[in-house]
Structure formats: C-alpha cells, structure tokens
Ligand binder design. Structure first.
Ligand code: C5P
Length: 290
C-alpha cells in the first residue's frame, strides 16, 4: 500500500484568449482557482519500471497517459534510478475543463520528487510540467494562479479574500469537449479569439481587495463561444444557476463542466437538488466550499 496523494481540480474564473500564435497555440491570460474535489493517486516506489493502474476503461495506462509521462520525465530529469507503481483513483470527469489530467501529472511529479528527497527544485519541476501540458505547471503550487503565455507561465497568488467561504457547484453534462476542438473552432469567433488583455489584473485586484461583485463582473471564458454554439444546453445551465441565486456561473476551461458560485450552502445544495428536474441527471456533480 503506497502513500496517497490528493490531486485537486481547478476552475478558470477567467479564460481570456488574446490571439492565435505562430506555433498554433493561443496566447491567453487565465485566472485559475484550485477546487478541493480530488482524484487520488497512490504512489509506491519500486526497483524498476513504471506501472500505472486505473479503473477507468477510457484511460490508457501507457505512455498516452499524462501520469505515465510525468513519471518518465521525472526519472529522466532527476537521474534517480528506480521505478514506481501508481494507482490512479479517477473521481473527476474526463474532458471537463477541470484540469483533472493536468493535476494528476503535477501530483505525480510532486510525489516522486518528495519521495526521493527533492532532487528537483520548483523551477525544474515547472519546466517538466510545461512540457507535459499547458495547465500542468499551475497544479504544482496548490494556490490560485495567474497563467499567461499558453498557460504555462504561472504566477501563484494569495488566496482570494473575497471568495473565502463561498460554495461552488460543479456540473458535468455527461459529454466531454475536446480542448483542441474548442481552440480550433474559436477561429470562427474573432471577438472571442482576440480578447483585450488586462481583464485578469482587474479580476485579481478586485478579488484580493475583497470586492466580490467587481471581481465576478470580470469572469469570462472565450471558449464559451464555440462550446455554446454546439451545445446550447450549457448556456441554459447558467441561466438556471443564476435563477437559483448564483453570484457567478461559467464554463470551466474548454468545458464541458459548468461551475456556479453561491453565498449560502443551502442555495448551492438546492440548485443541485432541483437540477435533474430541469435537465435530467448530470453526468457528474460536486459541491465544495472555498
Ligand atoms: O497544452 P495542452 O496539451 O493542454 O493543449 C492541448 C491543445 O489545446 C493544444 O494542442 C492546442 O490545440 C490547444 N491549446 C491552444 N492554446 C493554448 C492551450 C492549448 O491552442 N494556450
């Protein structure tokens, strides 16, 4: 039985895309908030090899899995000899915009580094993380973060005073959205593709000052444009949550998960309880306190 590591998810309070780059990625500014809803990784050092186990049939357990690649990258960069067995207890939905896979990769790097007495520093871990995926570096910090570039340039932030004690509802509709698809389709929505920079700074300043309504007014996700065109029900979810008293509601990342923030736990619970009567049982749901 190896040691267990919690691998949290995130929501993007803001995902403001600033344009398409020559390398095919998109320049962006995003503000990410870690959410205490987790996958669990059990990590046990072995004499050799990388063995990954995961109960979800859709997830490969070879090099195609980010956890496997993270372990491989750790051993190559640290020159540590040995191997590892990892059991991934997948509780977060796939292709949800919640960063589950990115978080798993970052958690694998952190776990292996700690179990080997920290041969790599945070800068080295961040480089490995960025090579694994744009959102992976964010998950090394365990804090809210501003991410720029293609998402890999992370500035960790103090917790947002204005969000403390709020309740977040997460709903997954039962279908996923492919991240490359969402970015590709964005080409047809020039206003969403070419956002004006500065929104992230305004959001961060307001939420750190404790000015909730000014901060939440900056919540925005450029990728809702293509996602809502193909899946209008995602827009209806937000109308529903607003009617139920949500202070803010947005699609997270490239979707398909929607989040909604509530001031009162009872409101959040009621919104989830009444959701199936409007839309049917969601594919997955969660509730957490910030
Ligand atoms: O970096 P990551 O592997 O998470 O990106 C997945 C895909 O999402 C990329 O191959 C690219 O198509 C798209 N993407 C993008 N711009 C970003 C991040 C991701 O176009 N900033």
């Amino acid at each position: 039985m190896g040691r267990q590591w919690l691998s949290p998810c995130k929501v993007n309070l803001l995902l403001n895309i600033l344009g398409r780059r020559a390398d095919g990625f998109h320049e962006l500014e995003t503000v990410m908030q870690p959410i205490p809803v987790h996958d669990v990784l059990e990590v046990e050092l072995r004499p050799e090899g990388i063995a990954l186990e995961c109960g979800v049939p859709e997830l490969p357990v070879d090099r195609r899995n980010l956890v496997y690649r993270a372990a491989e990258a750790f051993f190559a960069a640290s020159k540590v000899t040995g191997g590892v067995a990892i059991r991934l207890d997948k509780r977060l939905p796939l292709a949800a915009g919640l960063g589950g896979g990115s978080g798993n990769a970052a958690t694998t790097l952190l776990a292996l580094n700690e179990l080997h007495g920290a041969p790599l520093d945070l800068r080295q871990l961040s480089e490995l993380a960025a090579a694994l995926g744009s959102d992976v570096p964010f998950f090394l910090h365990g804090k809210p973060g501003l991410a720029e570039g293609r998402g890999e340039k992370v500035t960790p932030l103090d917790s947002f005073a204005a969000l403390a004690g709020l309740h977040i509802v997460l709903v997954h509709p039962g279908f996923g959205i492919s991240t490359p698809w969402a970015y590709r389709e964005l080409a047809r929505f020039p206003a969403a593709l070419n956002g004006a920079p500065g929104r992230a700074r305004r959001l961060i300043d307001s939420l750190q000052r404790g000015s909730l309504s000014a901060g939440l007014a900056e919540c925005y996700n450029s990728l809702e444009a293509p996602a809502f065109e193909k899946y209008p029900v995602l827009g209806l979810f937000q109308g529903y949550f607003r009617k139920k008293g949500a202070l803010a509601t947005l699609m997270s990342g490239s979707g398909s998960a929607t989040f909604a923030l509530f001031g009162e736990r009872t409101e959040a619970e009621q919104a989830l309880a009444d959701f199936p009567a409007e839309f049917g049982t969601p594919g997955w749901q969660a509730i957490a306190t910030l």
